[in-house]
Write a protein that binds this ligand. Structure first.
Ligand SMILES: Cc1cc2nc3c(=O)[nH]c(=O)nc-3n(C[C@H](O)[C@H](O)[C@H](O)COP(=O)(O)O)c2cc1C
Ligand SMILES: Nc1ncnc2c1ncn2[C@@H]1O[C@H](COP(=O)(O)OP(=O)(O)O)[C@@H](O)[C@H]1O
Length: 334
């Protein structure tokens, strides 16, 4: 997939495009459906299939949702878009100046002049232009004037659940990662790097790999069955998200951490830049303030036993998937 990060990066020989515009946060099943149609139509028309995404997220630039955290930060989103098979992604730098463009100016200067769109595919609730002035009707009118077709999609529903980024964000924030998974079409996962812990794990409970501060969406505090991927190898694991109330505040260390105990551990080379992917499969319980570290260690033993049962069940059903969504029977080892 070609990635263009500004108008200046667009190639002069960019031919006709079939495009879809959006934030694509999560690149969920609804996005995947529209993108598959864009790819098919582009192939039929001999055009380039193109996803146009805005960065930073407009809600951040416009100060509308200051606490917004993303399911997929930009680079993860681009990797997922590439995996759909789409030809190109255009990351349109979104700033106040761009937000002031009228719908007509946006369509004529960006869609027609810069991107040569011949078809635009959008969900029914798509809005664009200054103050979100235009919807699908406006887009269709502009398409008639500027010579591009518009195809619209009704919101996708999966097993009675609306597939939308905001719904998925809510499920993840509530810890319901197993419900977010079918809507995403893969487990919810984050990519980070290791950070040092406090050395309490080996001493009092179980050793863990701690993740560096992560600024985007995380599941609610609690204990989860996870898979951690380091250097191409995927391990079954249990992960605590939270503040470790049993130990309280320790000066000089962060209160909030994401830390993972690997079930089938073997020593791994880690440095502070090693990328770590953590996929959240199932929530086990809330984080609890235990009376002492022994009680916590006993509970972690039960958490590990439940996780092992989960993985052996997945293995017997042949249903496991790698964190990036590919089926992988071999990845589960309990
Ligand atoms: C599976 C698992 C469950 C955990 N559950 C809790 C919990 O319920 N309450 C708590 O205070 N800490 C919990 N922790 C965090 C431990 O307190 C933590 O691993 C320990 O403090 C080691 O921290 P360190 O890596 O910074 O040394 C859990 C950790 C794991 C791996
Ligand atoms: N089962 C395991 N899961 C995760 N890390 C493990 C495991 N066994 C050993 N380790 C090692 O222990 C280290 C963490 O030990 P821990 O006592 O929790 O220290 P820290 O508090 O510095 O994170 C990890 O970096 C890892 O190399």
């Amino acid at each position: 997939m070609k990635i263009y990060r500004s108008l200046a990066e667009l190639p002069s020989d960019l031919g006709p495009t079939v495009a879809t515009i959006g934030n694509f946060d999560g690149v969920h099943r609804g996005h995947q459906w529209v993108i598959a149609e864009v790819i098919a139509r582009a192939a039929a028309l001999g055009a380039t299939s193109l996803a146009i995404t805005l960065d930073p997220h407009p809600a951040r630039v416009l100060g509308k949702q200051t606490n917004l955290t993303l399911i997929t930060p930009l680079e993860e989103k681009l990797a997922l878009l590439a995996a759909t098979g789409i030809d190109a992604a255009f990351v349109l730098p979104f700033d106040l100046e761009l937000s002031r463009l009228t719908a007509r100016d946006f369509a004529s200067t960006i869609l027609r002049d810069a991107l040569h769109v011949v078809e635009v595919h959008e969900g029914e609730n798509f809005r664009f232009g200054h103050n979100a002035e235009a919807g699908i009707d406006g887009l269709e009118q502009l398409g008639r004037d500027l010579n591009f077709a518009v195809k619209t999609y009704s919101p996708s529903v999966l097993r009675g659940e609306a597939v939308s980024s905001s719904r998925i964000r809510k499920l993840i924030a509530a810890g319901e990662v197993h419900r977010a998974r079918p809507l995403l079409g893969r487990p919810f996962s984050i990519v980070s790097t290791p950070a040092s812990g406090r050395g309490y794990g080996t001493k009092y409970t179980v050793p863990t790999i701690n993740l560096a501060d992560y600024a985007e969406l995380l599941p609610a505090a609690g204990v989860y069955i996870t898979q951690i991927t380091i250097d191409g190898e995927t391990f079954d694991a249990v992960t605590n998200v939270g503040t470790r109330p049993t130990f309280g505040h320790v000066p000089g260390t962060p209160d909030f951490t994401v830390e993972t105990h690997i079930l089938n551990f073997h020593p791994i080379d880690l440095d502070e830049g090693t990328p770590i992917r953590l996929a959240f499969l199932h929530r086990l319980r809330p984080e609890i303030k235990w009376p002492n570290p022994e009680a916590l260690r006993t509970q972690i033993g039960l958490d590990v036993a439940r996780a092992k049962r989960y993985f052996s069940l997945c293995k017997s059903l042949g249903k496991t998937v790698l964190p990036d969504g590919r089926p992988a029977r071999a990845a589960v080892t309990s």
